[in-house]
Design a protein around this ligand. Structure first.
Ligand SMILES: [Zn+2]
Length: 403
């Protein structure tokens, strides 16, 4: 007989609103949400909040931090072991679903699915497509190249620097063949990559059209690392499902996000983390630090305007490299409410129902009978977004209590 567990006495956020009800779980499914539910076992949630398992739509589980000078000297295989720890840290925080935005390969995902290692449900991009001189191009002016292990091409991660429609087409097909769930593209430069500028647009229309067509033909989507205005708009015109970062949104970019029903994954944690890391003494190159400081205010202002305009937002952090030791992915919720008119309840939606919709996970992110039983129990009220990491009391993944 399958045991029925009832989470009783807590405030329940079902993905859209909060009420005082019980949640019943049987096997790997939610079987009831309502008052006075019966079960073989009850979990007392008095004084706590019960939510669907949380999402982080932008992680890099194969990386540790922003200290490139150190990570370049480490053995290639070390980043697979970093992933073990990072995946476990995500579960500690109640994050039961994540999208890895470059780094994790099909083996990492399969190891989780086969219960060889523990971790959240993972959607993977493998690599980030970049043009020559783009955000993912590791070339250095010295003639050498950066050798960050999580970005090196290998049998699990096809070469990601591509130019021209034919090369880009082959690239997307190789990435899909290697097991990617979605295609990540850098349509602008970035802050932490030497030699490119986050304000410059990367890839031309004919290349983006090929990426969009190949992703659609394979039944999936592409999403864009996009910081400067023109690269954001180009990605949206070609049907990017989400814009990651979005530092410089003008009115037209916001209109395009709305018209195209695209998502914004702001990753406010990321710009903040670069500045914080430098303050802590992490050797961040001067030009990167300058770009991050410049971007910080524009990023927050763009995000605030997007929220006011009603753009759909899903939570993502760019962690762990863009985090600090002891930081929580859930700090992003606090950053989002501080930077905009977003309410705490809206912030929780970005990490549950919204994120599930962005990632096409219809059975996750909400509580309703028949949905998959991923849930998290957090001490205290959900209006309070402080210190969330230390308030996680229970984490349930597919009906199994994992924390
Ligand atoms: Zn990223």
């Amino acid at each position: 007989m399958v045991r029925r567990t009832v989470f009783r006495g807590g405030r329940v956020f079902d993905g859209s609103t909060t009420s005082e009800v019980d949640v019943a779980v049987e096997g790997d499914r939610i079987i009831g949400v309502g008052s006075g539910l019966d079960g073989d076992e009850a979990v007392d949630c008095t004084g706590m909040s019960v939510l669907p398992g949380l999402f982080d739509c932008h992680v890099h589980v194969m990386a540790r931090d922003l200290d490139v000078s150190r990570t370049e000297l480490e053995p290639f295989s070390l980043h697979y072991y970093e992933a073990l720890r990072n995946l476990s840290l995500l579960l500690d925080q109640g994050i039961t679903s994540a999208r890895d935005a470059a780094g994790a390969d099909a083996g990492v995902k399969r190891a989780i699915e086969q219960n060889i290692i523990e971790g959240p449900r993972l959607q993977i991009a493998l690599v980030m497509l970049s043009q020559t001189g783009g955000h993912g191009d590791l070339h250095l002016l010295s003639g050498g190249s950066r050798s960050m292990a999580m970005m090196l091409p290998n049998p699990g991660r096809p070469r990601s620097v591509r130019d021209g429609p034919d090369d880009v087409r082959r690239g997307v097909r190789e990435i899909l063949r290697a097991g990617a769930d979605a295609i990540k593209v850098a349509t602008t430069g970035g802050v932490m990559s030497p030699g490119d500028d986050p304000r410059h647009a990367h890839f031309r229309d004919e290349e983006l059209a090929v990426i969009a067509a190949e992703a659609a033909a394979a039944g999936t989507y592409f999403f864009a690392h996009a910081q400067g205005t023109e690269g954001i708009k180009a990605a949206l015109r070609h049907g990017a499902r989400s814009i990651e970062h979005g530092y410089h949104l003008d009115d037209e970019a916001i209109d395009l996000l709305l018209q195209k029903k695209a998502w914004l994954v702001p990753t406010l944690s990321a710009t903040q983390a670069i500045v914080d890391a430098a303050d802590r003494g992490v050797p961040i190159p001067d030009e990167s630090l300058e770009l991050a400081r410049e971007a910080l205010e524009a990023h927050r202002a763009s995000f605030a305007r997007a929220v006011d305009a009603g753009v759909s937002v899903a939570m993502g952090t760019d962690s762990p490299p863009y985090g600090h030791p002891g930081a929580s992915n859930l700090d992003e919720l606090l950053l989002m409410t501080k930077a905009s008119s977003m309410t705490p309840e809206h912030a929780w939606r970005t990490a549950t129902a919204n994120a599930a919709e962005l990632l096409g996970q219809r059975e996750l992110g909400v509580f309703a009978p028949g949905k998959i039983a991923d849930l998290v129990v957090i001490d205290g009220q959900l209006d309070d977004l402080n210190g969330l990491r230390d308030r996680v009391r229970h984490v349930v993944l597919g009906g199994r209590r994992v924390r």
